[in-house]
Design a protein around this ligand. Sequence first.
Ligand code: HEM
Length: 485
Amino acid sequence: MALEPNFLIPWFFLCIAATISSTLFFFRKKPHLFASKKLQNKKKKLPPGEMGIPWIGETMEFYKAQKSNRLFEDFVNPRIIKHGNIFKTKIMGSPTIVVNGAEANRLILSNEFNLVKSSWPSSSVQLMGMNCIMAKQGEKHRVLRGIIANNLGYNGLESLVPKLCDAVRFHLETEWRGKEEISLYRSTKALTFSVVFECLYGIKVELGMLEICERVLDGVFALPVEFPCSRFARAKKARLEIETLLVGKVREKRKEMEEEVERPNTTLFSTLVEALIKGDITEEEVVDNMVLLVFAAHDTTSYAMAMTFKMLAQHPTCRDTLLQEHVQIKANKGEEEHLTVEDVKKMTYSWQVVREAMRLSPPVFGSFRKAVVDIDYGGYTIPKGWKILWTTYGTHYNPEIFQDPMSFDPSRFDKPIQAYTYLPFGGGPRLCAGHQLAKMSILVFLHFVVTLYDWSLVYPDETISMDPLPFPSLGMPIRISPKVS
Ligand code: HEM
């Protein structure tokens, strides 16, 4: 029998009245409970926003926007307009707070380990390895960071720049010479790969290695399901192949170094193996971090290089100014002479161009953290255990921070930039450990290309896709011809 709604209404009110009176009776007896509950509720005000449909939340909207490289336009910005700079959502199964703005970036990024910890998808951790720096916290992170960042930081650059020059020259000689058209993005990816293997590890890149590593990277953000032929299963198989190769190289290197009387640390690889010999880190830590660095450097540096060229193609005046800078540097060098750190320091305008390209097209859109305590911010509480997403777009595209933000203007970097607003390399204790290497690689590559080649984009309007990092959808083909001197 169906009950008439009219019949239900009195029952409904009767039940409510009974609940209220019994609750009041209970709290008259225990007033402290009532007070503390009220206080807690008052304190824990969640940011505004929508949690979407059960389980899935707003994941589909997030993925759709990401795939078409419109994460800011279609996901972040409409919610900023509706809810403000901090809003809640649910993506990839996790309740998440998205924060935007310099103050929020500072709070989240500078309080790594105190208020938040980095939070990577399970597939990334499984493929990069549990022992890589991005999965480490506290003291373990400090030790690994000391080894990696020291080597890739300013101290290591003196020896790295000549190696970068050799790598770029060799790449242009073998991949560009005699060709009329190349895929710039494929080229920058191959170059970045050989920079990590040959310049940082001293390991010669052999046929097939790049493909194996790309298969690993392909699964880094995939669903961690191991059906045969799933993206993740293929990536795990590839990880095993690269791991086997690296374990062999680490053992060989260890043996070789243990037999030496003096062991000068000439590469990041030898520094890692030295730390292994001393017992500061384990073999798994060496291997996992070697895999991670390929991932960290690969799609990021190559995309920044490609987007710099795209911006130069669209802005001929900037291109001419940049070329002048490199022609002057070249004029003071012998034919076969390497560039030095001092030469690269003179590329000030070029670096402004690259920075502006990364402001408009950041290789990394932001990253996730997890709150380790309740965090009070902006009148709201970010509950312990929730994910937090900070984004580069939140400040890079903000007209109050970067005037006329969608226009390409390298001169905006003539003046110092407010802290925590320009974040292509992140910030705080997890600031990109390879940012100096990335800078040097991009500038050295620019130097040789613009002084040796005339080039133009085949498809000036080529779109950018994301999966989950951005890439030119057609691989950015360019026409090239050697410069006539
Ligand atoms: C243009 C190129 C690059 C960009 C835009 C970039 C961007 C970033 C960002 C945003 C982070 C911080 C992620 C977070 O906060 O969770 C990061 C971390 C990191 N990057 Fe880069 N990166 C680049 C190149 C490189 C290179 C060339 C290397 C080394 C070969 C490298 C090594 C690392 C490492 C090891 C970390 C983790 C640091 C830590 O957890 O302490 N990156 N990178």
